[in-house]
Design a protein around this ligand. Sequence first.
Ligand SMILES: Cc1ncc(COP(=O)(O)O)c(C=O)c1O
Length: 317
Amino acid sequence: MVPQENKITSKIQPVSLKALTERNVSLSIKREDLLHPVISGNKYRKLYFNIKEAKRLGKKILITFGGAFSNHILATAGAGEKFDFETIGIIRGDELGKNIEKTLSENPTLRAAHKMGMELKFVSRTEYRKKESPEFIKTLETLYPEAYILPEGGTNDLAIQGCEQIIDTETTQFDYICVAVGTGGTISGIIKASREKQTILGFPALKGNFLEEIVQNHVAPKSNWKLETAFHFGGYAKINEELITFINNFKIETGIQLDPVYTGKMMFGILKLIEKDYFPEHAKIIAIHTGGLQGIEGMNTLLNKKGLPLLNTEINE
Ligand SMILES: Cc1ncc(COP(=O)(O)O)c(C=O)c1O
């Protein structure tokens, strides 16, 4: 990742589904998820310039924030191990810190991050909310002068710059570029690097309209984008049987595994829009697979506890 100066590109995989031929549109998936086994998808892009910057500044530690199943937490742990940084993860939920052995045994994301050397610090939800305040950051900087601090979800200006690299010459042939949205960093990079004639569609994985303004601030004056806000399934990491069935069927039909928090919701949304004739005939659509597959095991543990059907990881590509 870091020593390599050339822009890395991921493969584009066309998918064939009955719904596509019926509506006379095409759909391909850009397999950013295959860029790296741990620093997967948009995490690779977001960390790329940040790791370079941390090295340039001579920093020795990466500190970041996340929830208990965060893709970004695991990717940061992976980047630390690979590029020789100590890592500290500030995790939302002080209850998880009460019995660390139990937490690690039950949570595959934190277990893997811990195994890769990440020091986990569990904080209360109230404390966690302060993570972006200047005072909190100042305290961290004083406590850890050798640390490079990455925000929750990894989104900052360098991360957006990294996400611009998702767009390559092959991507310019598509009319629509679809991507899942969390903090808005990934879509912002894509919009910035897109051609004016392309439309970028974001599928927020969270409820609420606050992302519009965030993305707008990152990408102005570009306006060739839209957020499709009807596919969050009730909010962040909320899923139901319909989504589970959709993800499992999509894997059977295409061989491609989607995650339940981001890319599954995006793909569900894309296919619903196709069904509603949202796209003009002959539209060429590309969906960005931003990874997140590490979260499936943790989600299955929760589904199992609730007696819901599980995400099927048995079928291999
Ligand atoms: C797998 C996956 N896809 C999409 C996103 C959304 O990216 P962003 O937070 O940059 O909007 C995330 C969150 O970082 C993610 O983990």
